[in-house]
Design a protein around this ligand. Sequence first.
Ligand SMILES: O=C(O)CCC(=O)C(=O)O
Ligand SMILES: [Fe+2]
Length: 295
Amino acid sequence: MTTVANADVVSPSGQELTRQERDYLFDVNGYRVLPGALSGEQLQAINAWVDAQDPSTLRPGEWIGDVEVHTYGAEDGVNFQNIIEGGPAFEELIDHPSWIDEVRRYIISGAHQQLRIDECFLNVRRSGGYIPIHSGGDNVRFTGLFRWHNGNWAVGQINILMALTDIGYDDGATTIVPGSHKAHSVHPHSNWTAGHSADQAIGMREVHLRAGDALMFTDGICHGSMPRTNPGERRVLIYRYAPQLLAPRMNYLPTEELMARLTPVRRAIVMPTAPRMRPGRTLAAEAFPHNAVGG
Ligand SMILES: O=C(O)CCC(=O)C(=O)O
Ligand SMILES: [Fe+2]
């Protein structure tokens, strides 16, 4: 399968892209690659956290402190959900300078409202793993919203997918159909229930990343992944940002310890509106059973 070109990183003159060029490419393609978004030290700290776990013995539903072990399906691997509770290496990504201004610009420019984290998790995928084709402009989902309204961007969700390992051929790379956030018709091979990987899917491009690079993309773009056929693991971190008006996907309640540690800016991104209740009342997780719609 063809890979995406690097033309979204530098302009033909070899200069860094201008503001106008970056906006144009994001508008037209629905994604951009952010090379070297994470430092070597950050990669080391994050990978050390993963190495300290043993994914083969971790079952979905178990907790590592306040990080939940989870999966969306057998093929797509193990997720460490609510990863911002995993320590400082994950906290500093909440408003990381490599992407936060871009994310703010596209989600809330011109609108006097707050950004929030919708979902954040670390995904480990082994040989045979993949995620099926999903999303696209044809879908009616607020997270897929992608508009330019009265001179301002209005994007429903932006995903920052950070490579923690090099991801090339046969590593199970993320795939996207450039521009498909504006599509009106469903991708001909998209079938979540059948669950095919993006391999051989028409129009798909593999996004190869070096460890530390990030893929910034609208959740409205049609995407998926190649199957991983190499041995070893593909590790990625995914932080999804949305306007505060959209409810977070998993709705983890941040711990008091995390909230106390965070800067006001980070706190607002994690929880823009505090739960409101009478002083002294405490919450018991068991009193809030999950329902079929929200999960
Ligand atoms: O696992 C991947 O490569 C794609 C992840 C994905 O579907 C997403 O971040 O929305
Ligand atoms: Fe996705």
